[in-house]
Write a protein that binds this ligand. Sequence first.
Ligand SMILES: [Zn+2]
Length: 120
Amino acid sequence: MWQVDRGRLASWTRGPRWPAQERLEARCPMRGKAPAAGHRCGIYAVRTRELAERLLADVRLPAPRPVVVGRVSLWGRVFENTHGWRAQFAYPYELFVLGGNDGTTHALRDAYAVDVLSLS
Ligand SMILES: [Zn+2]
């Protein structure tokens, strides 16, 4: 789940905008390399779209910025739990935009070179 910030994906809760055409690497503020066992660091992904939608339902829509749900590729060091994963590296695989306009969809498609669909 992301928000769109100036044509780029931004992590839902905190953290950086996702770089275009290159992997996002997680960093641990304490240890450097992320994710670390017993920490909360890493790039988070939930297992199912239903789970993402349940989390989204807590968000008041329309959100101030367009919202994106999608699939991601995760690799490197990856911790798995019941609801999903916490990973070292990530890149978007396909994106679904809620809100926004054609400009948002095109900007994301151009930036990340992945399939982007508008659900508005
Ligand atoms: Zn950490």
